[in-house]
Design a protein around this ligand. Structure first.
Ligand code: ADP
Ligand code: GLC
Length: 480
């Protein structure tokens, strides 16, 4: 199949979260299955990859602009960059200082229109368009409402929800500014509480909808996790498929990870101890016999409520009293940044905090930590717990969404399981579970068994990519 994929981020070019990992790894896996994928993303500041490949005319709201196209090819995957500096040559992807860019509606409308124009002008036809999250939500709307150029107008769309909490909700006055008709202001179109939602557009105007774990596919049909979209998703339940993300073992495999001091695998964990030493040094935690023997708990995350940082905040003062050290890498809410910086300042021998985004350090923490903490309030899939499993770093997670689907709780009776999970979203449940895990850690043979169970899990992309192909085929068949 020829697939046109449109998204707002993709590794190695632009990343704020797991979406970028997926939009890189899924096309590569589809290509291994023999499909051809073109991934269209903005050419953000700092992107230097690709060759100039002509221009597209992008007409929006009566204005026509010309965008430069750049293409970077890697086998059966091409990354197509839409270059329009006024929109994309900015210090960050979506906004600065906690504020979204006010022109995001037109920035991502521009991406959608440019993608359609570029694709329609090619001699070859696409079988399918695959969009991700609200940033490409307008594209299925354009396709199904007579706004797409002839060369692509009849192509079916599949839409993937990576996170229902980000809904791309804007003032309705954007409709005329984008040259879209007021007929889209219907409850069965873009209208959302008197405003418009790009996410809603993506969901309603795509043939099929996927989300990134089977559990999350069920959860988002309930009021608790539906963020106001549960009714709409129940209505489309037959067209909603949960497909677990894979992980890219070319990037995340301790046996061949260039970011680590030494490679290791399940048969020889010496390299893991070397990574622990390096991580402790990085964070300025004294490296002595006692610290090396003490379990190290890692956290790598956007510091937001979704990830359970409010729970952690409630028990923050208890953490340094546990028989463990903690290292955190992340950025996000000032409140949580300050909390962790404060903890590290007060307990420099037990807690380290780095505020920032650092890919190499993220790999070293995955390797050097003994446990990984991820007490999410909700989690569509989550990648870090899967990286942790592969790195022999035992996850302590709340059993929701993709965390539920990927981490089986340790069973003291059978010794089976690969992590520690809790159900109730409470600070006490988090603390109890962490204490339990630290207790089990002391039994080295039990612990090694848990580590090995995690390391032997297979979350490679190929199985997930095959499920996407099935969805694509269903969407195409429904169109014919
Ligand atoms: P989400 O997409 O909701 O943030 P995921 O677990 O799916 O959560 O993906 C997060 C990705 O971003 C992982 O690859 C993780 O390693 C990475 N990441 C998050 N914060 C940082 C950071 N501060 N530095 C480096 N990598 C980070
Ligand atoms: C979103 C979700 C995360 C998921 C990622 C990739 O950012 O928050 O759970 O793993 O998308 O699908």
């Amino acid at each position: 199949m020829r697939i046109l994929m449109v998204a707002s981020e993709a590794l190695p070019f632009a990343k704020t979260g797991g979406l970028a990992d997926v939009v890189a790894a899924l096309p590569a896996a589809l290509a291994r299955l023999g499909h051809h994928v073109d991934v269209v993303i903005p050419r953000y500041q700092g992107v230097t990859a690709g060759e100039r490949a002509g221009t597209v005319r992008v007409g929006i709201g009566g204005q026509v602009a010309v965008a430069q196209i750049w293409i970077a090819a890697a086998g059966n995957v091409r990354t197509v960059f839409v270059d329009y500096p006024a929109y994309f040559d900015r210090p960050s992807l979506y906004g600065t200082a906690g504020q979204d860019y006010p022109d995001n509606p037109e920035r991502f409308a521009f991406l959608a229109v440019a993608a359609l124009e570029w694709a329609a002008a090619l001699p070859e036809r696409f079988d399918l368009v695959h969009c991700h999250d609200w940033q490409s939500g307008l594209l299925p709307v354009l396709l199904r409402n007579g706004y797409a150029p002839a060369g692509i107008a009849r192509t079916p769309a599949v839409f993937t929800i990576h996170n229902l909490a980000y809904q791309g909700v804007f003032d309705a006055s954007w409709l005329p500014r984008l040259g879209l008709g007021w007929d889209l202001m219907r409850i069965d179109a873009l209208e959302y509480w008197g405003r418009i939602s790009y996410l809603k557009g993506g969901i309603l105007f795509s043939r099929l909808i996927t989300t990134v774990s089977p559990r999350y596919a069920r959860e988002i049909q309930t009021p608790e996790f539906g963020f106001g979209f549960d009714g709409m998703l129940r209505h489309r339940a037959d067209d909603l498929v949960g497909i677990l993300n894979g992980i890219d073992y070319d990037q995340w495999d301790p046996a061949r990870d260039p970011h680590l001091p030494e490679p290791y695998d399940a048969t020889n964990l010496a390299g893991k101890a070397a990574a622990k030493r390096v991580v402790l040094e990085t964070y300025g935690i004294p490296v002595d016999e006692a610290t090396l023997a003490r379990p190290l708990v890692g956290l790598i995350s956007r510091l937001i409520d979704q990830k359970g940082f409010d729970l952690i905040a409630e028990v923050a003062d208890e953490l340094p009293r546990l028989d463990a050290s903690f290292v955190l890498l992340g950025t996000g809410n000032r409140r949580y940044e300050d909390l962790w910086l404060g903890l590290a300042a007060r307990h420099p021998d037990r807690v380290g905090a780095q505020i920032g985004f650092d890919e190499g350090l993220a790999h070293r923490i995955e390797a050097g930590a003994d446990l990984f903490l991820m007490p999410s309030r909700f989690e569509p899939c989550g990648l870090n717990q899967m990286y942790s499993l592969r790195y022999g770093t035992v996850p302590v997670v709340r059993a929701v969404g993709g965390l539920y689907d990927t981490v089986r709780n340790f069973n003291p009776r059978t010794g089976k399981g690969m992590g520690f999970t809790f159900d109730e979203y409470s600070a006490q449940a988090l603390l109890d579970t962490l204490r339990w895990a630290l207790d089990v850690y002391r039994d080295r043979s039990k612990w090694h068994r848990i580590q090995r169970a995690g390391m032997s899990q297979d979350f490679s992309w190929d199985a997930s990519a095959r499920q996407y192909v099935k969805v694509y085929e269903r969407a195409v068949a429904a169109t014919e």
